[in-house]
Design a protein around this ligand. Sequence first.
Ligand SMILES: Nc1ncnc2c1ncn2[C@@H]1O[C@H](COP(=O)(O)OP(=O)(O)O)[C@@H](O)[C@H]1O
Ligand SMILES: [Mg+2]
Length: 419
Amino acid sequence: MKPLTDDPAAEAAGEDLNRSYEAMAHLIAVVQELSHARDLDTVQAIVRRAARALTGADGATFVLRQGDLCYYADEDAIAPLWKGKRFPMATCVSGWAMLNRQPAVIEDIYADRRVPADAYRPTFVQSLVMVPIRAAAPIGAIGNYWARRHRATSGEIKLLQALADSASIALENVALYRELTERVEELKEANRLKSQFLSNVSHELRTPLNAILGYTELLIDGTYGRLKTDQRTPLEGVQRNAGDLLRLINDVLDLTRIEAGKIEIRTEKIDLVTLLQEIFIDIQPILDQKSLALWLDIPEGLPVIESDTAKVRQILANLLSNAAKFTDQGKVMVSAEEIPHRPGVEIAIRDTGIGIPKEALPKIFERFHQVDGSATREFGGVGLGLSIVKELVGLLGGEIRVESEVGNGSTFTLFLPCR
Ligand SMILES: Nc1ncnc2c1ncn2[C@@H]1O[C@H](COP(=O)(O)OP(=O)(O)O)[C@@H](O)[C@H]1O
Ligand SMILES: [Mg+2]
């Protein structure tokens, strides 16, 4: 190739520039590679290769500080150096660079008192440079070695220092990442144990509670003799409260089962109208108590959905009992319709109740979240209903959304796919 210029000095300067551009590009690629490293081995491998390739040296080492020792963790060189060995900080060059927090540039290793010559005699090394990793409090060092006499240039030192800085960040990332993975594992285990515990406790609570409910019913029915008039009301109180407790325990059990992935889905054709009417029977007493009207609007010819009846029932019962619970006057309305371009049915449960503040809307589907969670709250419940609803809707491949305005009521809209 014909030289661009006849001036040899300019030509040499041009080549220098080219080399430093190339080195820069290489460094950037290495920094990017390092930013993805998630473990020490990867960082080590990248640094070992890059440390030698960046400067074109005959060898490179990657040294880690281990207390009072320098551990020669890795190397890439024309002949073996000290990979796997440990030396006291005070008697090796990497130790000097770390303790003095600055590069050691050594042109003739046999003429420098910092170098333990005996350790070098079996090697090819004539000259070296060693830069600390993380200047503030070094955690390691990177070395470059030459088989011929060579004084590391300021460009080479800068490149190595830049590599050391990136390695330092990469090592910190590795430590953080490891800590994070450990935390996640711990949390997963804690969560599993908690679910197991809840599931066991709920199970154990149900047995005596069922006995309480059973005996109370027998008492109320007069099996143990006619009740006196003033005995009925407190017994009904026992029955109601025990019933609430049973529902709560069942909710907790449901949630732990869903969490553990232990819920099976059985699909069958669902008759929505009949299902809703069955649910209405359960909430009718609450509606009557507050003189709330109930409107049902289900058009003929809705597509038939195949889903899990028990789960759809649980979803609708939860939404309807909320609607009745949080409404003092007005009505509760249930409507269903087919929506365009989406095989399925959309069911809306509307009420004219207290509504939900905007900022609370994203939270109400979270476990135990209640808009009024105070001990003095007006409404019963523990805040599990909607989180169960959300999990179940997800299991059935559906969706749920809510719109609400404080003082004007809420609308929960449930989409269930045809299958
Ligand atoms: N229809 C509704 N109208 C007003 N607030 C509601 C309605 N449905 C749910 N909420 C709010 O969302 C919270 C969570 O509901 P849920 O999970 O069913 O728990 P719970 O009924 O046990 O309080 C309720 O405490 C209430 O603050
Ligand atoms: Mg509820």
